[in-house]
Design a protein around this ligand. Structure first.
Ligand code: PGA
Length: 268
């Protein structure tokens, strides 16, 4: 059976990590409004610190901007001091949860099995999930990138409900390409990994459903290299750190990437 490729949409977002106060996040969003970010026919998102999430809900924002959270616990409530649940995030209108960022996995010991519990809990609370996967430099050297990606996806998405797949996105972020001082990935470096991610999603959910799941690339994305990453036929967007932490940079990388993505698809 041949499955027709779905009409693809472009996604562009930034994880602010442990940066910016509520006032700074509000100023960021105001600048996006001033720069008319909502004129673009694409989905934007930002993922600020927990302390901003409540205050941003009544801040005017571009209609195409989702606000996400950087982490959550899998239980709805309980004796988990310092944790926040999917239910709490939904109760203040958060749209999206990022799960499995490399800094959570490698600095805070987050495991695939914990991520699975979080993904299921997020789905039950109707949160959009952005699941981050990626191999370390060492795993890459040993030639086990495909295995690592398959394992991360298969465990984290085990039992993920089919009727929540329209709220799932995956970000491929090779750990060796994230953050200051890292190595920049080449488009040809990422292509086999994107293919492996698509292949694993097909194994999990079937070809048709897998094709509809947006797969984004992240890791040292900037104005100069973003056009290369979107040349891959099934890269649906970009997930950016440092280069998008100022609203002007956010807009510049977004527009450059989006234009390259549209050109690749034969648009203008
Ligand atoms: P970077 O961060 O773009 O600054 O490398 C990416 C990330 O951590 O998701």
């Amino acid at each position: 059976m041949t499955v027709e490729a779905p009409a693809r949409h472009f996604y562009f977002g930034s994880n602010f990590k442990m940066h910016k106060t509520l006032a700074e996040d509000r100023a960021f969003i105001q600048t996006l409004l001033d720069l008319n970010a909502s004129q673009f026919d694409l989905q934007l998102f930002i993922i600020p610190a927990f302390t901003s999430l409540g205050g941003l809900q009544d801040t005017p924002r571009p209609r195409n901007l989702w606000i996400g959270a950087q982490n959550m616990h899998w239980a709805n409530s309980g004796a988990f001091t310092g944790e926040i649940s999917a239910l709490m995030l939904r109760s203040i209108g958060v749209d999206l949860i990022m799960l499995g960022h490399a800094e959570r996995r490698h600095n805070f010991g987050e495991t695939d099995i914990e991520l699975n519990k979080k993904a299921i809990s997020a789905a039950a609370s109707q949160l959009r999930v952005l699941l981050c996967v990626g191999e370390t430099a060492e795993q890459r050297r040993y030639g086990v990138t495909d295995e690592v990606l398959a394992m991360q996806l298969k465990i984290a998405l085990s039992g993920y409900p089919a009727d929540c797949l329209e709220r799932l996105m995956v970000a491929y972020e090779p750990v060796w390409a994230i953050g200051a001082g890292s190595q920049e990935a080449l488009p040809e470096d990422i292509a086999p990994s994107i293919d492996q991610i698509r292949h694993t999603l097909e194994t999990l959910f079937g070809q048709d459903r897998a094709l509809h799941i947006p797969v984004l690339y992240g890791g040292s994305v900037n104005r100069d290299n973003c056009g290369g990453y979107v040349q891959h036929a099934t890269v649906d967007g970009l997930f950016v750190g440092r280069a998008a932490w100022q609203p002007e940079g956010f807009m510049e990388v977004m527009q450059t990437g989006y234009n390259a993505w549209k050109r690749k698809r034969g648009g203008n």
